[in-house]
Design a protein around this ligand. Structure first.
Ligand code: DGL
Length: 269
């Protein structure tokens, strides 16, 4: 099975694209909705929660886990790959979503100036700036944290006026840093859920990049380069959704964002 982890709903936007491109595989999704958002937590706590989530996915049969969460990818991925996995699950694989996004960004920007919207933890880590510098040293990056968006999205208030006002404030904070920015990475998977609102408020000539389609293509490529792993994956098109909160609110928002009905199974981490 392919495992996908996020602090809550955002990873569903990545899962949706992976399922579209690679429907044959079975998928197991875990959203830690009861403890979301992660974006304002300290790095150690994000690491601990991410380890708990990924471990649950491994125990339930995932051979590969995608951290479909930038906050987890920035705070926990490297340490999980270097320390935790070799000791606890040496046969398993784990991938994040920041490096694959950084590797593709060169094909989107013409001005070679890129803005990043993310959670406070992601922006503090400067993970995007570092990874884009490795892949494209000539690209200039600018970052802005959007701490108030994820809680509103998790509550299901993605269409509210409050969100519209906040998007304007955060976009201003980002775009005022350089008038040459022509590409904005939605560097928090939750933001794909308000992609249309963000796009409506972008100035002419500036594009917003959601990660779902990029990550789905990268996953396909990764599996083609790891035939042993690919061979072991279940291909029954099963979809299982786990959450630490199985309230009707989470179930209906999950269905909305995944694009088809989702039945949540409660999990304790
Ligand atoms: N969806 C997550 C991300 O990509 C985390 C949001 C949060 O929990 O603050 O960063």
């Amino acid at each position: 099975m392919l495992g996908f982890f996020d602090s809550g709903l955002g990873g569903l936007t990545v899962l949706k694209e992976a399922v579209k491109l690679l429907p044959q595989y079975s998928y197991l999704y875990l959203g830690d909705n009861a403890r979301a958002p992660y974006g304002d937590l300290d790095q150690e706590t994000i690491y601990d929660y991410t380890v708990e989530g990924a471990s649950e996915l491994f125990r339930r049969g995932s051979q590969l886990v995608v951290l479909a969460c930038n906050t987890s990818s920035s705070a926990a991925l490297r340490r999980i790959q270097q320390e935790f996995l070799p000791e606890k699950f040496p046969e398993k694989h784990i991938l994040g979503i920041i490096v694959p996004t950084a590797e593709e960004i060169g094909s989107f920007t013409e001005s070679r100036e890129v803005g990043i919207l993310g959670t406070q933890a992601t922006v503090n880590s400067l993970a995007y700036t570092k990874e884009i510098a490795k892949a494209f040293p000539e690209i200039k990056t600018y970052e802005a944290a959007c701490p108030m968006l994820v809680p509103l999205i998790e509550e299901g208030n993605g269409d509210s006026l409050e969100i519209t006002d906040l998007i304007q404030i955060y976009l201003n904070e980002l775009l005022v840093q350089s008038f040459e920015i022509d590409t904005v990475i939605l560097g928090c998977t939750h933001f794909a859920l308000i992609e249309d609102q963000i796009k409506r408020q972008l100035p002419y000539g500036v594009r917003a990049i959601s990660q779902g389609p990029i990550i789905a293509e990268k996953l396909k490529d990764y599996l083609s380069r790891h035939p042993g792993l690919e061979n072991d994956l279940e291909k029954n098109s099963k979809r299982v959704f786990l959450s630490t909160d199985d309230s009707p609110r989470v179930e209906s928002l999950s269905s909305l964002f995944y694009g088809s009905p989702v039945k949540i199974e409660l999990v304790k981490l």
